[in-house]
Design a protein around this ligand. Structure first.
Ligand code: 6PG
Length: 229
């Protein structure tokens, strides 16, 4: 696996602190973050809306997505809807929004990511099957050309519904900092596999800096005794 694992008591709070810290240290006037889907992400964004109220000038933040389900923007499964509910409508400001739109195909998003150059943050989760973003075990996008930053994808095992669009590992690698948030006992097996070097998709996450924020229930057994970071 790549990066450092930090065992924390409160994953959402630790995530919000890392984002506000990265915003304060940003090298450019604007700040770009690629958002995740999932319920861990929802809790992280609700916390970020609070922690960032004073610490982040949202007018300087460009929001991208790391993956999206190919559903209507107001569908309960939409990652755009999740971000709107948990963060965007609470902070009420942004410099720009760049939702992933399946009907436009991955090529347009590839150009956006290519023109951006480098995300300040890519936020990822971990599925119980070891997936991250919409990069599922045995799925075609795992083996995409290294030049491909965005791809359509699906879960061949059928455990994760809807056709998807997702950053590839090359797209994820275009980031100054990748934050992976993992919480709950249901993720322990997947997190242990990543930590032990098993070739699950999330083990392939790589970038300039990767930080795994995990709670004690999800932590690899080798780190369980560590005091919270
Ligand atoms: C998605 C997410 C996905 C998610 C994990 C964890 O669109 O579903 O990008 O990768 O982060 O499945 O989700 P939970 O936090 O809900 O377990």
């Amino acid at each position: 696996m790549n990066g450092e694992v930090v065992v924390v008591d409160d994953v959402a709070r630790a995530f919000a602190d890392r984002v506000t810290g990265a915003f304060a240290a940003r090298p450019d006037e604007d700040f770009s973050i690629a958002l995740s889907g999932g319920e861990t992400a929802r809790r992280c964004y609700e916390q970020l809306a609070v922690a960032g109220a004073e610490a982040i000038n949202w007018w300087h933040v460009d929001f991208y997505w790391g993956d999206e389900r190919c559903v209507a923007a107001d569908d309960a499964a939409s990652n755009l809807r999740l971000a709107r509910e948990a963060l965007l409508e609470r902070v009420g400001a942004a410099h720009a929004l760049y939702p992933m739109r399946c009907d436009e195909g991955p090529e347009r998003y590839q150009l956006l990511v290519g023109q951006l150059g480098r995300f300040d943050i890519v936020h990822l989760g971990l599925g119980p099957d070891g997936h991250t973003a919409s990069l599922f075990p045995g799925s075609p996008a795992l083996e995409s050309d290294p030049g491909l930053l965005v791809a359509r994808n699906e879960d061949p095992a059928g455990n994760n519904p809807h056709p998807r669009m997702t950053l590839t590992f090359s797209g994820i690698a275009r980031s100054r900092l990748v934050l992976v948030t993992v919480e709950g006992a249901a993720k322990q097996t997947a997190m242990q596999a990543v930590y032990d070097g098993v070739d699950v998709p999330a083990a392939r996450i790589s970038s300039e800096r990767v930080v795994w924020l995990v709670d004690r229930e999800a932590a690899p057994r080798q780190l369980r005794g560590r005091p919270p970071g």
